[in-house]
Design a protein. Structure first.
Length: 287
């Protein structure tokens, strides 16, 4: 543990690392995600606004095989340095929308590592990272997003990956949607986001090496499903903010449910719910 503590302490020197990248919002990835999610929306064309939250289809990671860890994730993302803890998971994000990103736009992303924090959790030592993105379109600042990731200790071969019990999800809700997270959906989302993390498509790796009961649903996929759910239940309203917090993983072993309800202040609360009825991800959208 001392080695891990000293290693984590040395990682703090990387806080403030920055990266600038550019991309073009081609219609292809957005239309493929539309098909992947089975949405009945018309095909997106140049000039149409990109659906909120779909910006993760752009600025894709660019790493050769030698730059990947054994689990398929990058060893150094450009701002988050190599970690002494090998297991990486999505923890949450907070997005502020300023103006639409449109199909055909040339966009610029400014990325900064703003925090690295070690914590002791029920599953062992954890290291949380915070990365802030600012995406600019030709019209100006389009969105700001704070993304949180978590790195965990190795799981011993043959051991089960401990998943902490979370609170029961609310049942008195206005909106519900059933999601079937099959292997095809997870593969397509991995391909569209160029996410080579093996827990999402390599069943043997997910179960035998990392101790999960099946393939892990991407945190970003669950977040996308939740913001689309909020959008569908609030037609015509423009998002101001969208926040999600990951509480426990979801797997391709059984369907799960999205739940939501409006709030008194005009926002809405959202949940992705495990098959057991507990909270896997909580969220809030403001308009």
């Amino acid at each position: 543990m001392a080695t891990t503590e000293s290693s984590v302490a040395s990682l703090k020197q990387h806080i403030g690392r920055r990266l600038v990248s550019t991309d073009v919002v081609h219609p292809g990835p957005a239309n493929l995600l539309r098909l992947t999610l089975g949405r009945a929306d018309p095909a997106l064309e140049v000039g149409d606004p990109l659906p909120p939250g779909w910006h993760h289809l752009y600025f894709l990671p660019r790493f050769g095989p030698e730059e990947l860890r054994p689990d398929g994730s990058p060893s150094d993302t450009g701002v988050v340095p190599p970690m002494p803890l090998p297991r990486r998971m999505f923890a949450g994000q907070h997005t502020r929308f300023h103006r639409p990103i449109r199909i055909g736009d040339s966009i610029r992303r400014e990325t900064e590592l703003t925090d690295i924090t070690p914590k002791a959790g029920g599953t062992g030592t954890l290291v949380f990272t915070t990365v802030v993105d600012r995406i600019l379109s030709p019209e100006g600042l389009a969105l700001e997003e704070e993304r949180r990731g978590v790195f965990r200790e190795e799981v011993k071969a043959g051991a089960q990956n401990a998943v902490p019990r979370r609170e029961d999800a609310p049942t008195g809700v206005a909106w519900r949607r059933r999601i079937v997270p099959d292997a095809v959906l997870l593969f397509r989302f991995s391909a569209l986001t160029f996410n080579s993390h093996r827990i999402h498509y390599d069943r043997a790796w997910a179960m035998e090496v990392e101790g999960y009961p099946g393939l892990v649903v991407h945190g970003a996929l669950t977040a996308t499903l939740l913001i689309d759910f909020a959008r569908d239940e609030n037609p015509g309203r423009a998002f101001r903010t969208f926040t999600v917090q990951a509480r426990a993983p979801l797997f391709d072993t059984a369907p799960f449910e999205l739940r939501g309800r409006p709030t008194a202040d005009g926002a809405c609360e959202l949940w992705a719910v495990t098959p057991e009825g507990t909270v896997a991800m909580s969220g809030r959208a403001e308009f």
